[in-house]
Design a protein around this ligand. Structure first.
Ligand code: OXD
Ligand code: MN
Length: 589
């Protein structure tokens, strides 16, 4: 399919290492994909769902030990440990290549190697980058086809001499003891072995579009961020774009596809989705920041997704979607997960493959779907997909929003004083952990810019890159922090979230346009209560006051925790961070 010598030489080397029986280039044609779907169904790798109710939809179950990203087995292999920094696992590249080569050796004997040429970003856009993933999994091929732009057009765009990110995935025997997700940023290389779970094996996503891309962005003067991109349309038909970073499973997909509450909807407010997980950001000629979503699909968390919580995401999953680790309703071969509705199927197969009675499970509090079960849905299915989704030049960003799950500390929303203060706000993000990665759930962990698991180099240098970018953006976005997850003393959520978050987004855009004042606090600007449109919302004044309040003692403790976290970066930590911390402490009194 190509004369590109760099591709052919690398492919030859990988084939000698993995020794597949057969090599198949993925050309992106529907005929070829359909043949692969049939083959996967024949071998049991995938299950065909009800084609009348869910046309083009399939089901896949991963191994029980292979249901989430494995951060403890994810490595950044730079020549020196300092380049990878204290947050990343590190091994010297030649040592890691030697170690993994033993695992890959002959790993595809008796199997087929699929060669997937793919583009992150619209093919041919100045934002876009090309990768080639070699894999022995049809599931990976079919998911990559949804999540990225795959096939012949990409090979043509690569040309005879183009560069690409070299991605190798072997499922091997999904042994968790020998599972590795490894990045060699200096070599544009990703090696993944012994997993078949999306985040570990769809190498265009976290591995390339965040870890490798963040490294490339640092070299080339742009940014790869764990951010959704949405367009907020006002009643005059003007659309303003917001990028927002939240840790995994904190509702990025929900916010990206939000439906405004009735009152605002009636006035003509709308949200358009550009992306739900990753943004590539570049400075435009007009000095503004522009964002492109490098992906072509949504790899969303299924549990909790319902007609009520995210109608648009649910609609997106109704055709051409792959479901992973949810439950099957065997009466009509459709899917079910916790939170879809209150009506679990009586005749079901749970995510582990056990026949069961869903109603009994529900009553016993047993899970039918894995908490990190997923849908892989084409973005073009989404009823609110933005007309700018394919725009090769991206959309201009008015606001950047950071957020996380904080029971007590952060108010509903506050605005940073300027870009540099905003970088500090992002760098001090923290959140209570979720099921998207293995490990304990519900523990507060510091997660700067929601990028803790995804920065492909030293995080201190990543902070510096944000400050450096600020100097290049003459007309920068305003930066905000939100917290939809504040709890009252009884442990109840104080803010309804979901569609009502639109009320906060409107305030954010009003601030960007200088339309409303705000109250200055030690941590930044919070809204005057009367500037939040709360029409039709049942929230009492005391609760709102509490939601917008800042407890100085809690924040003094917060600064202590920040200092502890930042200490690990030593002298490499930008001075601006220390200055902002000192300043915050002073403001707190
Ligand atoms: C994801 C994640 O899958 O952040 O998007 O884990
Ligand atoms: Mn994510």
């Amino acid at each position: 399919m190509t004369n590109n010598k760099k591709v052919l030489t690398w492919l030859d080397e990988m084939v000698k290492l993995c020794r597949p029986d057969e090599i198949v280039w993925i050309d992106g044609s529907e005929e070829q994909l359909e043949k692969l779907r049939e083959e996967a169904v024949a071998t049991g790798e995938m299950i065909k769902l009800n084609q009348e109710k869910l046309p083009g939809c399939y089901y896949h179950r991963t191994a029980e030990n292979d249901v989430a990203r494995v951060e403890d087995r994810t490595f950044i292999c730079t020549p020196t440990k300092e380049e990878a920094g204290p947050i990343n696992n590190w091994m010297e590249p030649s040592e890691m290549y030697a170690k993994l080569s033993k695992l890959y050796d002959g790993s595809m004997i008796g199997r087929t190697m699929y060669v997937i040429p793919y583009s992150m970003g619209p093919v041919g856009s100045p934002f876009s980058k090309i990768g080639i993933e070699l894999t022995d999994s049809i599931y990976v091929v079919l998911n990559m086809d949804i999540m990225t732009r795959v096939g012949k057009a990409v090979v043509d765009a690569l040309g005879e001499d183009g560069d690409f990110v070299k991605c190798l995935h072997a499922k091997k025997d999904v042994n968790p003891e020998e599972r590795y997700i490894v990045h060699f940023p200096q070599d544009d290389t990703i090696w993944s072995i012994n997993s078949a779970y999306g985040g570990n094996v769809l190498l265009g996503k976290k591995c390339f579009a965040l870890r490798i891309a963040s490294y490339l962005g640092k070299q080339e003067g742009w940014m790869a961020e764990h951010m959704l991109i949405l367009g907020l349309e006002n009643p005059k038909g003007e659309v303003k774009y917001i990028c927002a970073a939240f840790p995994s499973a904190c509702g990025k997909t929900n916010l990206a596809m939000l439906i405004p509450p009735e009152g605002l909807k009636a006035q003509g407010y709308k949200v358009w989705t550009v992306g739900d997980d990753i943004a590539w950001l570049r400075v435009g000629e007009d000095g503004r920041l522009y964002a492109v979503n490098p992906e072509a699909g949504f790899f969303g968390v299924a549990p909790g997704t319902s007609e009520k919580t995210n109608f648009n995401a649910l609609e997106s999953t109704k055709k051409g979607t792959i479901f992973t680790n949810v439950a099957i309703n065997t009466d009509d071969m459709t899917v079910w997960w916790e939170g879809l509705d209150k009506n679990p199927p009586e005749n079901a197969i749970d995510w582990l493959g056990n026949k069961c009675n869903g109603k009994e499970y529900f009553a016993e509090g047993k899970k039918l779907a894995n908490p990190n079960s997923r849908f892989t849905a084409p973005a073009k299915n989404c009823p609110c997909i933005s007309s700018e989704f394919e725009n090769p030049n991206g959309v201009p960003v008015s606001a950047i929003v950071f957020g996380g799950r904080r029971a007590k500390t952060a108010p509903l929303v506050y605005q940073a004083r300027d870009w540099n203060h905003g970088v500090f706000v992002g760098a001090t993000m923290a959140s209570e952990t979720t099921a998207a990665a293995t490990g304990a759930v519900g523990v507060v962990r510091r997660d700067p810019m929601a990028m803790r698991p995804f920065v492909g180099y030293n995080m201190a240098d990543y902070f510096q890159h944000w400050y450096d970018m600020g100097k290049k953006i003459s007309n920068p976005p305003q930066i905000f922090n939100v917290n939809w997850f504040r709890l009252d003393d009884e442990g109840h959520f104080m803010w309804p979230g979901f569609g009502d978050n639109m009320r906060v987004l409107n305030w954010i855009i009003d601030r960007c346009e200088g339309k409303v004042d705000a109250v200055e606090t030690p941590i930044g600007f919070v809204p005057n209560k009367e500037d939040l449109d709360l029409e039709g919302l049942d929230i009492d004044d005391a609760a709102l006051t509490e939601l917008l309040s800042i407890d100085k003692d809690v924040w003094k403790d917060e600064v202590k925790q920040q200092r502890e976290f930042f200490a690990q970066f030593g002298d490499r930590l930008p001075k601006e961070i220390v200055d902002s911390m000192d300043d915050l402490e002073k403001r707190l009194g």
